[in-house]
Design a protein around this ligand. Structure first.
Ligand code: AMP
Length: 418
């Protein structure tokens, strides 16, 4: 049997990879305007990092991690998300003392053992940002505005911002009690996971994937439960979004599947994705750095799912792919070396050159290959051309021909760039 890609992973072939590059380039361009710089961390970390930060009771930690023991008997985990690794690295390298490293972004693969479907993979890619050092509501608004600017730069239509506040630890403790009360006589009807969640952390029932949220209709919301400072913070975030003319909807049920969030949480939903419609999500995590042994530095961040962004790109912005600038075809053994050198010299001028490296291919086969590659120009190098020192350059787009002196490389470059 032939070996195939593992379930939940996929190959990104060249045509699609170019769409990925567009997403990555847009992220770089937009994030730079807001002062974010790239950080690259390893794809595996010690398991404890994730269990401590994401939370033992979350789906990610309890069911979805790719955890293994290495040959040195260490428990390692393929990163299911990258906020914890970035915080780990920032503590390890004392980045919190450097104002030029307060705003970081990353891009790369994440791993979760989920049930694969459209837009949900076991290896997927995220581009995310983390902004450390301020608990000001304006930071929340600024980063959310940036997330939307990123989608605008990609021409992704109809993305909608959903926001909520999960308050501080005290608000959430109070809310857990309220939830337990509200659900007390419905526990038996919850799914088995949510019966456990009811005991361990009823907040997680809000992101039940099989629909237990319906039992919460009419129950108090987190927003009703916020204490005064958290309420004021949320109010200020909303005002700031209004000032920035960013449209949003308050979703009082939005908690997200990671335990580290405090106060603002948000998600941006796409219009064209079906069930897996969250393009990106994030929020504030004021206690996280300290909980990992770092200073008491607040933070705010989000992660976007690149697979889903690529699926959401509008068709018409797929640029027509440009072919090679030139295909050099050779006729006869004597042309092989001049073609080899000409290809090198033109590539040094930053041009995309293709040629036929095996001598002796028929001119017809070479012309056909040039055509299939979408070459913009074709140059035949044969004995006749070499003897005369004159080359005939064919413009494949216009169907025209031009004679050029072989010794005049600049004239050829100019013609190819025309
Ligand atoms: P999270 O890390 O769960 O907050 O997710 C942030 C974003 O990553 C989501 O909004 C999705 O776009 C994307 N994402 C999360 N899990 C997956 C997955 N299994 N497959 C593809 N994209 C995902």
């Amino acid at each position: 049997m032939t070996i195939q890609a593992i379930k939940g992973t996929r190959d990104i072939l060249p045509d699609e990879a170019e769409r990925w590059q567009r997403v990555e380039e847009a992220a770089r361009r937009v994030f730079r305007r807001y002062g974010f710089r790239e950080i690259r961390t390893p794809i595996f970390e010690s398991t404890e990092l994730f269990t401590r930060v994401i939370g033992e009771g979350t789906d990610i930690v309890s069911k979805e991690m790719y955890t293994f023991t290495d040959r040195g008997e260490r428990s390692l985990t393929l990163r299911p998300e990258n906020t914890a690794p970035v915080v780990r690295a920032a503590i390890e390298h004392h980045l919190f003392q450097r104002p030029d490293c307060e705003r970081l972004y990353y891009s790369g693969p994440m791993f979760r053992y989920e049930r694969p479907q459209k837009g949900r993979m076991r290896q997927f890619s995220q581009i995310g940002v983390e902004a450390f050092g301020s608990d000001a509501p304006a930071l929340d608004a600024e980063v959310m505005e940036m997330a939307l600017s990123f989608l605008v730069a990609l021409d992704i239509p109809d993305a909608s911002l959903q926001i909520n506040s999960v308050g501080c630890e005290a608000c959430r403790n109070l809310y857990r009690e309220k939830l337990r009360e509200a659900l007390a006589d419905k526990v038996g009807e919850l799914c088995s996971d949510c019966q456990r969640r009811y005991r361990e952390n009823p907040l997680r029932i809000l992101d039940c994937k099989v629909g237990c949220r319906r039992f919460l209709e009419g129950a108090p919301t987190l927003l009703d439960t916020l204490d005064e400072p958290c309420r004021e913070h949320f109010q200020a975030v909303r005002q700031c979004l209004d000032r920035l003319e960013v449209a949003y909807r308050v979703d009082p049920m939005l908690v997200r599947g990671l335990d580290y969030y405090t106060r603002t949480t948000f998600e941006v939903l796409g219009a064209s994705l079906g069930a897996q419609n969250a393009l990106l999500g994030g929020g504030r995590y004021d206690g996280l750095v300290k909980s990992l042994g770092g200073p008491a530095v607040p933070g705010f961040g989000f992660a976007s799912g690149v697979d889903r962004l690529v699926l959401s790109l509008p068709e018409e912005t797929q640029e027509k792919r440009r072919g090679p600038d030139l295909f050099i075809a050779t006729l006869g053994a004597a042309a092989w070396e001049p073609a080899l050198l000409l290809a090198r010299n033109l590539r040094r001028k930053d041009l995309w050159i293709e040629w036929e490296p095996a001598p002796g291919k028929s001119p017809k086969a070479q012309a056909r290959r040039a055509d299939r590659l979408g070459a913009r120009h074709l140059l035949f190098l044969g004995e006749e051309e070499l003897k005369r020192g004159i080359w005939t350059l064919k413009n494949m787009e216009e169907g025209s021909q031009k004679e050029l002196r072989a010794s005049d490389l600049d004239a050829l470059v100019k013609e190819l760039l025309r």
